[in-house]
Design a binder for this molecule. Structure first.
Ligand code: FA5
Ligand code: MG
Length: 461
């Protein structure tokens, strides 16, 4: 049977996801086309760019347990509370996340599974590779579904004292030195300050924390070296009969890795890592030392551990030369046939079809003046009284599906007398594998206009 039953019609009081029925409430905002994505599991296809990256990471950390088929339907407790997100954290907004209802959602990051895997599986070194879901804008680098890999490693007091970490650090460093392709720099906030510790847990164990941090940094440099040493070099592969890309003879340019201080509720200290590739800094992951309260919930309060969450699409876009994030979802052989397991090669774009541009203008609702302070980030968002851009993006996405390439605010003005705001958005429609006709786009645009008026309650101009 299909993993997902069709979603019940909007008027029903329940919603069925993965054969389970949930009561609908004011938070319910998942849509049929979003739920349909949960079946694709692109990261499990070893010949898909996302699967290729996933498998390269797996190959280089063979002792990490793998979780890559966990259900995307999680509790809000797992996605937020278990990670110590405060009640008013903006990530919880129903304008930014996909909710089945107030207590159940589609995970917005792979961190949602950290405590569960530590506690229920007892794993101390593991990956969670998965599709994650966020409501977002529409353009070439944003899609409401993307993929992350969580990496978690925790250390027992014995491992912290018996030389395990220094030995592993040395082994990974030897690989990095052999490939010679990473060069690390640290922002002053990271370099010149001792790491911010979790005061109640780390004070007596500062040396252990520093060692775990060193292990985290080396592991990430190792990961970068592993990935970048797999880039296929046309000049060398043609002259060599061995196709093992990891033995590439041509030494690639050093890859600059930059550590920036970050902030996540579930780690302290926290970092973000950027990689400079072809002149551009790319944010590839967030990471840090896991909050001790989470290790306690996972049944290992005497451990110290690190966690990292990689985003796969942005990195894959530059590594494989993929110009539009929608292409990852393409089932066109002209896309899929260009990739092979274990190999990072440049995608050769096939012809780009002409775009079809349509503008839509509407008045925003009268501004409201919230009076009460509350911890609920959505408390003032009564339907029809506030405009949330992501609601508009979602509506366009639902109607146009992958025919929409880009939606941008191109004009905005305030009526001189009423003070009301007007927005004009330009929608770029374009198919990735065929020409679209103006007639078919007109039908879509008309549907967008109708639903902007009826569903979002906005006055069209
Ligand atoms: C997180 O999701 C944290 N859970 C990461 C983490 C894990 C921190 C473990 C600490 C410990 P963030 O929202 O920054 O953080 O996303 C992590 C990565 O996912 C980013 O670095 C980026 O590579 C990718 N990413 C985030 N948003 C998008 C998006 N809309 N489209 C594509 N990739 C994205
Ligand atoms: Mg970020």
């Amino acid at each position: 049977s299909a993993p997902i039953s069709p979603v019940s019609s909007d008027s029903s009081s329940t919603i069925t996801v993965f054969d389970k029925e949930y009561p609908r409430d004011d938070y319910t905002n998942v849509t049929p086309s979003i739920l349909a994505r949960t079946q694709r599991r692109l990261h499990l296809n070893p010949a898909h760019p996302l699967g290729i990256l996933t498998h390269i990471i797996y190959d280089h950390f063979p002792h990490f347990k793998r979780h890559d088929a966990l259900s995307p339907v999680v509790s809000t407790h797992a996605n937020f509370d278990s990670l110590l997100f405060p009640p008013d954290h903006p990530g919880r907004s129903r304008h930014d996340a996909y909710y089945v209802n107030r207590t159940t959602m589609l995970r917005s990051h792979t961190s949602a599974h950290e405590v569960e895997v530590m506690r229920d599986h007892g794993h101390r070194a593991f990956f969670v590779a998965a599709d994650v879901y966020r409501r977002d804008e529409i353009d070439a680098t944003h899609y409401p579904v993307f993929h992350q890999i969580e990496g978690v490693r925790t250390f027992s007091p014995t491992e912290l004292s018996d030389g395990t970490l220094t030995r592993e650090i040395a082994e990974m460093q030897a690989f990095i030195d052999r490939t010679g392709i990473t060069r690390t720099s640290e922002e002053p906030a990271v370099r010149d300050n001792p790491p911010r510790l979790q005061p109640e847990h780390h004070s007596a164990r500062a040396a252990d924390v520093a060692l775990v941090l060193e292990h985290l940094k080396t592991s990430l440099n190792y990961w970068v070296a592993a990935i970048f040493s797999r880039i296929a070099h046309p000049s060398s592969s043609s002259s060599s009969s061995s196709s093992s890309a990891s033995t590439t003879a041509v030494a690639p340019e050093p890859i600059e890795v930059r550590w920036i201080e970050g902030s996540f509720p579930h780690t302290t200290p926290s970092f973000e890592i950027e990689i400079k590739y072809q002149g551009q800094w790319l944010e590839v992951c967030g990471c840090g030392i896991i909050q001790q309260a989470m290790l306690k919930a996972g049944g290992i309060s005497d451990h110290i551990g690190w966690a990292v969450g990689f985003g796969l699409e942005r990195l894959a876009m530059v590594l494989f030369n993929i110009p539009d994030i929608r292409l990852f979802w393409s089932e066109d052989p002209r896309f899929l046939d260009q990739f092979q397991p274990g190999r990072i090669n440049r995608f050769v774009p096939y012809s780009k079809y002409p775009p079809c541009l349509k503008d839509i203008s509407f008045w925003l609702p009268e501004p409201t003046h919230p009076t009460a302070t509350t911890t609920d980030p959505d408390a003032t968002a009564v339907a029809g009284t506030e405009f949330h851009e992501n609601d508009f993006m979602e509506l366009v996405r639902e109607i146009a599906q992958d025919l929409v390439e880009d939606v941008k605010l191109v004009d905005s003005f305030k009526h001189p007398k009423t003070g009301r705001m007007s927005h004009c958005y330009r929608i770029v429609y374009r198919s990735m594998d065929r020409s679209v006709t103006n007639e078919e786009i007109n039908v879509i645009q008309e549907e967008v206009r109708t639903r902007v008026a009826n569903q979002l309650g906005l006055a069209l101009r």
